[in-house]
Design a protein around this ligand. Structure first.
Ligand code: GDD
Ligand code: MN
Length: 384
């Protein structure tokens, strides 16, 4: 390496728009899952909108089957502003955003969808506000202030759901911004780093979680933008995101002590109680089976539905399929069997010490449930 100045007779490489030894002022984080066809149009749109700013874009891709990561890598080979975080064996929007933001060393970081629904034209205004006011921590792209609207971007059903979630978030999380469900915002990196350890990596609504964690400490501004229809591909939002959002509210209600995953696990466990009762009732009503046998069948049926529901919901970021599903089911039976022994053992010991039946029984159930949660996350749905 020499330190000689660049040769002015060599024309600058047109694909390298600025000197890479100068760090960017802004990182745009784009979480992606199956957005291959949107990558190039998005980078082109950012190039137009952010002209004059030093910026980079970080795609955080969860190993999309459509090859989004390959497309980003191909683009990055000719454009130093494009970076990729390629995550394997993991899923989840909030976690992807957090990782992307933490990968940045720029003073300002924006998050936006990879499908061109968020208006990149709002980014320079957001950066200007954060630049002009050093006490400002966050600027939210809002569909609910002047200049903003949902346009044709959401179905009527999604728009209703979004409105309900917004009211819930405001009531339960003490959030005051107009559009906490937005996935479009710009944050001061230093501010984000202080709250990052408290954030939930599950779920779809990272902004609502950030606002709840930073409550009362952050100064927040909003700019309007029009939510556009998706450019190509399909939305990944599904009915499970509503449940995950309720889990987020519950997690925050416990001050973050309890995770969204545990809340989902507990809800599934509760459903298992009803499944077991229904199965025992059916066995007794429809077959000549004695109670003991009916109870055993009821327990097995409930463990099986618990496994299937946890696999689809609680652990949907690492869902087991095919042979792994069967192996997982067997290991879940084993985990629950040990949990049942622990449940009975703890309840018995406590009852001998303090003979209050419901207290002893409930303590046994809590210990059994905690065991099932911890052991199944380590054994049945362990990360690779
Ligand atoms: N890495 C990763 N992992 N990215 C994901 C995942 C995932 O599991 N799920 C979704 N994404 C990416 C999508 O590829 C897209 O770029 C972005 O996250 C948003 O997903 P969409 O499927 O397009 O969601 P939406 O349009 O229904 O909702 C979005 O806009 C709303 C309005 O601003 C989200 O950003 C919502 O949070 C937001 O409320
Ligand atoms: Mn979208």
């Amino acid at each position: 390496m020499t330190d000689s100045p660049p040769d002015p007779t060599v024309p600058p490489d047109p694909t390298v728009p600025f000197d890479l030894t100068v760090p960017p002022d802004l990182t745009v984080v784009v979480p992606t899952f199956n957005e291959r066809a949107n990558v190039r149009p998005l980078v082109a749109a950012l190039g137009r909108a952010l002209h004059g700013l030093r910026w980079e874009v970080v795609f955080v891709d969860d190993d999309s089957p459509d090859g989004t990561a390959d497309e980003v890598r191909a683009l990055a080979q000719g454009d130093g502003r494009v970076r990729l975080i390629h995550r394997i064996g993991r899923r989840g929007l909030a976690g992807a955003c957090i990782e992307g933001i933490l990968s940045s060393s720029a003073p300002l970081v924006a998050v936006m969808d990879g499908d061109l629904q968020h208006d990149e034209g709002a980014l320079p205004g957001m950066a200007a506000r954060l630049g002009a006011d050093p006490t400002l921590d966050l600027v939210v792209g809002s569909r609910a202030v002047a200049g903003g609207s949902t346009g044709a971007g959401l179905s009527a059903l999604r728009a209703r759901g979004s409105a309900i979630a917004t009211r819930l978030a405001r009531a339960a999380l003490g959030i005051t911004v107009s559009d906490p469900m937005s996935g479009f915002f710009m944050v001061r990196r230093d501010s984000f780093v202080t709250i990052a350890p408290a954030l939930q990596t599950r779920g779809f609504k990272i902004l609502a979680d950030m606002l709840s964690c930073a409550r009362g400490r952050w100064r927040v501004d909003e700019v309007g933008y029009v939510f556009r229809p998706r450019h190509r591909g399909e939305s990944k939002a599904d009915s499970a995101i509503a449940l995950e959002f309720l889990g987020l509210l519950a997690a925050r209600a416990t001050g973050g002590v309890v995770t969204i995953r545990f809340i989902l696990f507990a809800l599934v466990g509760l459903s298992g109680v009803f499944v077991q009762l229904a199965a025992v009732w059916l066995m007794l009503a429809l077959t000549p089976a004695p109670f003991g046998l009916a109870q055993v069948v009821g327990v097995v049926v409930a463990m099986t539905t618990n496994f299937a529901l946890n696999n689809a919901l609680t652990y949907r970021d690492r869902s087991l399929r095919g042979m792994a599903f069967l192996r997982g089911l067997l290991s879940f039976y084993a985990v629950c069997a040990v949990g049942a022994v622990a449940n009975v053992g703890v309840a018995g010991a406590l009852f001998r010490a303090v003979p209050v039946w419901w207290l002893a029984s409930a303590a046994g159930a809590v210990v059994g449930a905690l065991w099932n949660f911890v052991a199944s996350s380590l054994v049945t749905w362990r990360t690779r």
